[in-house]
Design a protein around this ligand. Sequence first.
Ligand code: ZN
Ligand code: ZN
Length: 388
Amino acid sequence: MAGRYHEGITPFRCGLAPWTLDLGPWTRDPGLGPWSFYAAPVVTNTELAEALFSLAESRAPGEERLALLRAAYAVFDHPHELAARRRLPEAVPLDALPTVAMLRACRGGDALSAAVQRLLGPHASRGGPTRGGYLSAAETATWLASPGAADPRHLRGAVHWHTRASDGAATLDAMARACLRRGASWAVVADHSRGLACVNGLDAEGVAIQRRAVDAWNRRHGDELHILQGLEAEILDDGRLDLPRGQRAGLLVLAAIHTELTERGDQTTRILRTLDEPGVWALAHPRGRLFARRGGVRANWEVVFRAAAAAGVLIEVNGFPRRQDPDPPVLRLALDAGCRFVLASDAHHPRHLEFDATALALAAAAGVPADRILNFDPLDKLQSAVEG
Ligand SMILES: [Zn+2]
Ligand SMILES: [Zn+2]
């Protein structure tokens, strides 16, 4: 993002005439008037947040570190580029405000690095390799507004969300009503299977109970929103699933890695074994990465995606903002391999359902066309593909 030119920068201070730069996907802030394009490289939210994360990491645990961390997340999650706004996000803690304002005033990456170095003093930042390659909320909004992006309002399918049956916060009916309010006409519930030790997943009985709830919803409201029952099954160490073959019938199985992520080396063989398993519908959050926590699995993605395309297994684009998995460079490998995609919110609360828009932004950033995305399909096309 370094060196990207932005709008709304201190009019006339640099003595340049207003530019009419091609800002690409960036949009003007209409509140700034007609003369708001200036050739001043400014600090993006991503750069500013990373600077704050670095400062936080250099501090001992305590209130200052916490304030810097909260400020970093407030900046990263702010829906507008702060360089184009006069105000800082209200979520920035008061004691971190001067630091944020000072860093935001830096013009360009070099000035920002110098300022961070001064603030670091004798401390060293541990650096943040687990934070690279994520879209900030402002970048997400920008990609969604870019000319090539599909409209999130046209998504028909709301896929991969959790209920109280595993680790979600709401009932199946509450989640389904929220899908309806977002304009979906079909949905795929995907609670965890029992094999995931850290949550209360569904065993065969739990799946059967949920099946009855799904059927009851479909009888009453199926013409408005048809729910398909999925299950987020666990990929075991050897690539098999924790869900016995006999229990996969009638379920859309999303295979996901949650354990043994980084302890081992290359995991291509493990994932290829999963793709060989019968009844796998989609490979969920393939990398298993988590923002600021872990980089995720290593694999030969070209080989994995070629196998997925050959097996007809969908590649999930997980839009949960702390996941964003796969990231655009890896997503492009799947696109080149001929894969089809399903966008997922991985919602654990009705409000999270909007995260499928983040998945759509990732798809736009990778150049995935709408006709490769299952969520735009009508229900009958999906059903015939599942049954066929
Ligand atoms: Zn998961
Ligand atoms: Zn999930």
